[in-house]
Design a binder for this molecule. Structure first.
Ligand code: TMP
Length: 392
């Protein structure tokens, strides 16, 4: 693994501070990112134990975003039509945004964050409040094997990929389908979205890297969809090598070629990305200091884990961003790790008391711009660092 990016000493991204512990010393770790020229995997170099990140205090709820709810609904209809699976399992079912589109008898959720698992258990879903691993897979498969396994934005959080795929192999029927969905490395590199890297995002996958991992488990990608969620993601449709029901379609080759043409198989691409990240930091700092000189009132929108990486890497403090608005109930009244910027309950933006808004949740830009139409019409401005620092 060759290191190509150093994002400094970062706190744990989703460890929001409370009024009580705001002055306590935060645990920090070095957030560096590397590339393995054999497996083509891009991953962070120092990992944090999973129990420290995924526990009963996990703040992120998929259901709270319209974009995510809508995406899951469309995908669920597609799955029913195309694959008509008898039994579905979701790895990382969060608060049930995906599984709630299915009949309770036909879905199983696996969710180690107990606060989220409990929400869906209460609604009558069959949820295992555990980490996905071979022991759990064996237990589930003893009763029934699974026709379709789905996992969105979860695989990138799990260190031991061999264990994950071993467990999938144990649970999936012979003609079963695996659908994986995670941020796309190509989009991340193209958009200089260095904030896709934080303690929970151990990996950002490319098609070429995933192909290599899957081949160890006799699994093949037969289709790739490029989707807009989380700033550009890939949805991979995967089958066993000996499943001849589904043909490998042209999207797989197209994505492989696109990634190779961009150089995702070469360390030089990542070195040049790293230079762009440094430039991005300088650009964002300049925007903030120029606006500060003009005494402009800046707030943040979407206290995301990603913004934690940006604020701490660029050393943007609470003097520059008065507070963040966020809709997630768990985050409200807390403070962002590291920068200690307060998170307030979301209110519609109003030009009367806000001049500029830093787009922490840039991955929901379309949804946010629609919601804040009035603010934009009034002349309100947003600051973003994606794909390069600018005011919009
Ligand atoms: P994510 O980028 O990790 O998915 O988190 C998105 C965060 O942004 C989440 O805390 C909710 C917040 N958010 C808002 O506050 N308002 C919005 O309109 C949207 C779409 C997200």
């Amino acid at each position: 693994m060759k290191k190509f990016l150093d994002l400094g000493y970062q706190p744990l991204a989703n460890s929001y501070l409370t009024k009580k512990n705001i002055n306590k010393k935060e645990k920090r770790f070095n957030l560096s990112v590397g590339f393995d020229s054999k497996s083509f995997l891009v991953s962070i170099l120092n990992t944090v134990p999973k129990e420290k990140m995924f526990n009963k205090n996990y703040p992120y709820k998929s259901s709270e975003s319209f974009t995510m709810r809508n995406q899951f609904k469309i995908l669920s209809n597609k799955i029913k039509k195309k694959f008509n699976p008898g039994l579905i399992l979701e790895i990382g079912s969060n608060d049930g945004a995906f599984i709630s589109n299915f009949n309770k008898k036909s879905v199983i959720g696996v969710e180690p964050c107990k606060n989220l698992a409990n929400l869906t258990i209460k609604k009558g879903f069959r949820i295992f409040p555990n980490y996905w691993n071979p022991t759990l897979a064996k237990k589930i498969a003893k009763k029934n094997k699974i026709d379709l396994i789905y996992s969105a934005n979860t695989l990138s959080h799990i260190e031991n990929l061999d264990e994950i795929f071993n467990a999938i192999d144990l649970a999936l029927t012979e003609n079963g389908i695996l659908i994986l969905e995670d941020p796309s490395l190509l989009e991340c590199i193209k958009n200089v979205a260095y904030d896709q890297f934080y303690c929970e995002h151990l990996y950002v996958f490319s098609t070429i890297a995933l192909e290599r991992i899957l081949s160890k488990f006799n699994l093949t990608i037969f289709s790739v969809e490029n989707i807009k969620t989380h700033g550009g993601s890939n949805r991979y449709y995967i089958k066993r090598n000996n499943n001849f029901i589904y043909k490998i379609d042209s999207s797989v080759k197209k994505n492989v070629i696109k990634e190779r043409n961009y150089g995702l198989h070469k360390i030089s691409t990542y070195k040049s990305f790293s230079k762009k990240v440094i430039k991005s930091k300088k650009g964002l700092n300049k925007i903030f200091s120029d606006l500060d000189k003009k005494n402009k009132k800046i707030i943040g929108y979407g206290a995301t884990a990603k913004s934690c990486t940006v604020l701490n890497y660029c050393k943007i403090q609470k003097r520059l961003i008065k507070f963040f608005y966020d809709t997630t109930s768990y985050k409200i009244g807390k403070y962002l790790p590291g920068s200690k910027i307060e998170i307030k309950k979301y209110k519609k933006l109003d030009i009367k008391n806000i001049d500029y808004v830093f787009l922490g949740a840039w991955n929901f830009k379309d949804e946010i711009f629609k919601k804040e139409k009035k603010f934009i019409q009034q002349g309100g401005k947003f600051i973003t660092h994606i794909p390069h620092p600018k005011i919009i």
